[in-house]
Structure formats: structure tokens, C-alpha cells
Design a protein around this ligand. Sequence first.
Ligand code: HEM
Length: 217
Amino acid sequence: MSEPPFSEVLRNATWSSHESAEDESYLKALMEGRLSAEAYGEMVAQHYFAYVALDNASKALADDPVAGPFVFPALYREEALVRDLETIYGSGWRSRIEPSMPTRTLVARIEQVASWPGGHIAHHYTRYMGDLSGGQFIRMELQKIYGYQRDGGVDFYRFDEVGSLPRFKNDYRARLDALPVDEAEKQRIIGETRLAYQLNTEVLADLGRVMRAELAA
Ligand code: HEM
């Protein structure tokens, strides 16, 4: 029997980590429309710090033979996140936000693996493939709850320049399948993807504390 493609191996090996991320109570409360726009903004703010690091790491690897095929300017999120933060918090948004401890840890890890192409791909996959998948469902729910449409609020989840998302995701998976690395490196990428999920889940768990404070008030 032929080996399953790496995109499938990676997905299957990390799907239980996905379930832990998806199950976070902050996301559930958010999707149920129980949080204020400011409490939603807390997640947007944490995304801002993580994506500045992720986008920068990606840009620096544009010419790398392994990570280069995953560098797509259409995925960069910093500008969209700034528009969302301006919409939620107004022009003084920058002084309203700061990275949480779990976000600092995530950012440090993204920066640490910026010189390891496989490690960067792990974080890239965990975030962008998620934003292009479940993220689209999240966007539709947030639009219904907060009334955001275009030009700020949920632009983070909009990938207008990517074109067809199913086609893009298939192409992304084909790039994972064609990774020019050996089996040991593939296993390291799987390990780093599990860590990426864990670090992202810890950011959400911390947002759960913010949420409980708001719901208790
Ligand atoms: C409400 C929360 C979430 C929902 C409902 C959700 C739902 C989904 C669904 C339905 C898919 C499969 C889409 C497809 O096959 O095309 C998916 C894929 C994915 N999600 Fe999520 N997700 C959520 C949160 C997250 C979070 C927090 C992360 C990362 C931290 C994440 C990362 C991913 C990744 C990387 C994939 C791609 C898996 C693959 O096909 O290889 N998701 N998500």
C-alpha cells in the first residue's frame, strides 16, 4: 500500500490538538454571542501580536527552498488586524492592547523557529489553514453577532486576495505533500505543529479568564 500524503498524516496526527483548541470556552462563549465587542477585541489584540511575528518570519523565508513555497503575501494579516482593532477600539487602539503571557510565549516560539523552515511551516499551517477553514465559520457567526460587514471588525478572516479558498487549501496541501524533507524532519514538523496548537490553545485559555471576569460582572 502506498503511504498517505503528508498533508493527511499531519492533519490526522494533530486533529486531537485541534479538538482541544476548538473546545476552548472563550470560543464557545464568543460563538454563542455572549461577549461584548471589547471582549472579542481581546482575541483580535492577541492575534495582532502573534501575526506580526508570523508574517515577519514568513517574509524573511520567502527565498527559502523549503518554506518559500508557503509564503503568500495574500495571507499576511497585520493590516487587516489593524483595521479590525481600529473598528473595535477606535484610533487609540494601540495603547489599549498588550500581549498576554501565553501570547508572549507563542511569539517567542514563532521567532525562535523563524530560522528553522520546517518549524515555521508548522506554525504557518496551524494558523493560516485554520483561518481559511474554521475561521470562515467564525467570521460568519461574528458578522451575525456584531453586525460587522466590510472595512473593519472581521477583516482578519477575509482573504479576498486569495481567491477560491477550497482551491487554495488544496494547493497548500499539495505543497505539504511535496515538502523536500526526510521522514525524521516530517516527524519534527508534526511535533512542532502539536506545540503550535498547544501554545495557541493557551492563548485562548487565558482569554477564558477575561471572559469569565466579564460574564461575572
Ligand atoms: C470555533 C472554532 C473552530 C472551528 C469550528 C473549527 C473548524 C474547523 C473545520 C470544520 C475544519 C476542516 C475544514 C476543511 O477540511 O476544509 C478545520 C480545519 C482546521 N482548523 Fe479549525 N476550527 C476551529 C478552531 C481552530 C483553531 C483555534 C485552530 C488553531 C489554533 C484551528 C486550526 C485548524 C487547522 C490547521 C485546520 C486545517 C486542518 C487540515 O485540513 O489539515 N482551528 N477547522
